[in-house]
Design a binder for this molecule. Sequence first.
Ligand SMILES: [Zn+2]
Length: 347
Amino acid sequence: MRINGHGHILPEPNEIPQFLKDRKLFSIDDDKKFMRQGDWTRPITDPSFFLREKLEWMERYKIDHAVMLNLSQIYCNGWERQETYDTIRWQNDFNAKIQREHPDKFTCGFVVQPLHLEDALKEIERSVEELNLSVLCLPTHFLNAEGEWLTVMDESVFPIFELANHYKLAIEIHPYDGEKMVKLKDEYWRFHLVWMMAQTADALHFFSLKDFVSRFPDIRTCFAHGCMLGQANYGRRLQGYDGRPDLFQGAKDPRNTLGHPNVFFDTLVHDSYTLQLLKIRVGATQIVAGLDDPYPLGEMEGVARSYPGRVIDFAVEAGILTEKESKEIWYDNVLRWLGKSGIEPAK
Ligand SMILES: [Zn+2]
């Protein structure tokens, strides 16, 4: 059995509420060719952005079950309170409906925005207790009331993690909005290809220094895209921690987090040797299959030699993963991250 731990799904154009379209917060063209937000547009590059086609795509590639995260456009970073409240509730209701109607096929995530803390805490409670969702999706960074970008590991966000810990949730840390944080011209997709990797590594940096694994022992956290830069710069982070203790007062040694059983990374690293580094660093038991479908940076067919599961297959062929490790990455490890013992049978 194969579970994909990282995918995304779009609502049909007619499932998007009018206020989102009117205020240009988010919309999808009626012909389903583009998604839009303010002046930003993105082509909808694969039919499997939508439910029916997603189910067919999963069938075709023998993916039995998949974790659907929130839409990255709906982190609502820097949005005002009421718009955030309405939009996040809509996103979470949408994801809950997908999970409720197809429990055998989907486990869905829900999102909250740390800027509006009180609302975020209430939404966690609603999502868990009323919507039956158990994967909390957070952006790597968010805008605070002073207009500063902070990592989501900031102390002001601790109440969210405390509540997540109370509910023993799975957490997904996913990058977005890099072009708003880094003052560089948006060219050659650099914010997706380079800076996203830095954003996730930055989140892991703070996660380890602030000792999340001991502070919140009942959450299980997964970092998107293998947190590939965070694996490569591990030695540098240690050397900095050891070499300038004056800069790390009260911070925990990052060695404490490495390979921790509650910290997971997905396989969307694009090549077997980066996956090998990930395995060497954290152990195969902490790796979960993640396709990031149906985005063109995900493991999608039609993009050069890509297809769903390619990195895992190549790693097995190259002797980097054993068959057994590969099976566990597709199933057991994803379930451990989710805190589930199995997948619900079809209704
Ligand atoms: Zn993604």
